[in-house]
Design a protein around this ligand. Structure first.
Ligand code: URA
Length: 247
């Protein structure tokens, strides 16, 4: 029999705040949604609701200025991942990136290219499996840019090595040419077009160095929105969804 805690977890997954529902399914931002709700412009099943954290499950009739808001079935989200969160839908020991989302039907969300628990910043999440596949399939060679901090100074040989391709521990083939741009002696931007397990850390390990901090800044043409604080997320615009792929 299902326990009370498990039942609560399922119910929580199915519920969403009214302000979030509005900002996800209309062009309005979360703060604009607050103003509209406080102004009494929003009804849920015929009742004016002025509480921005009023919980809905997606089956209600929600009207804004007497116009029905229809849910957008496909979601494309950009999250600023904090340290300590794992890139998984469920984990028995750690909080997950999905836990940070105030969304309904979380089980249909997919993480587009995982980050390690201690890696931060840009994570994309969607329920469009085809879009996910287009970005993550090895054949698409989608570029990812990481900001890396190293334990030891970065040598010019490492720049050349990454450009030629490097043999990772346990692999038979060299990595594809990658671009390493030095920011200072200990920090650099690395752009890779593959997504092997722990790739950036293993590339620097192969060059005799050690990654001590790793942030993903960019996927394809899409940069992390600098207005998103750690742990915050937003929907992508139509242009961002379409424009992410390299030409
Ligand atoms: N490479 C890594 O080593 N870790 C990540 O999280 C992403 C790329």
């Amino acid at each position: 029999m299902m326990g009370i805690a498990a039942l609560h977890a399922i119910l929580r997954e199915l519920l969403m705040r009214l302000d979030k529902f509005l900002s996800n399914n209309t062009p309005y931002s979360r703060s604009q949604a607050h103003r509209l709700i406080h102004a009494g412009e929003v009804t849920v099943n015929g009742e004016i609701i002025k509480k921005t954290d009023h919980k809905i499950n997606g089956t209600e009739q929600v009207l804004l200025n007497k116009q029905q808001i229809l849910t957008q079935s496909v979601r494309y989200l950009m999250l600023n991942k904090p340290v300590g969160y794992v890139s998984a839908n469920h984990d028995s020991e750690n909080p997950t990136v999905i836990d940070l989302l105030d969304e309904i039907n979380k089980s249909s969300l997919q993480i587009v290219g995982r980050l390690d628990k201690d890696t931060t910043r840009l994570v994309l999440i969607t329920d469009d499996g085809e879009w996910n596949h287009k970005i993550t399939a090895p054949a698409s060679k989608c570029k990812k840019t990481y900001f890396v901090t190293l334990a030891d100074p970065i040598s010019q040989e490492t720049v050349a090595l990454f450009n030629q391709g490097v043999l990772l521990d346990g692999e038979k083939k060299l990595t594809a040419p990658a671009e390493l741009e030095l920011v200072n002696s200990y920090q650099a931007r690395l752009t890779i077009s593959e997504g092997k397990y722990h790739q950036v850390k293993r590339m620097f390990a192969a060059a005799g160095n050690k990654v001590i901090a790793l942030h993903r800044e960019k996927i394809g043409n899409l940069l992390l929105d600098s207005t998103l604080a750690s742990g915050q997320y937003r929907s992508l615009t139509h242009q961002e969804v379409q424009g992410i792929f390299n030409d």
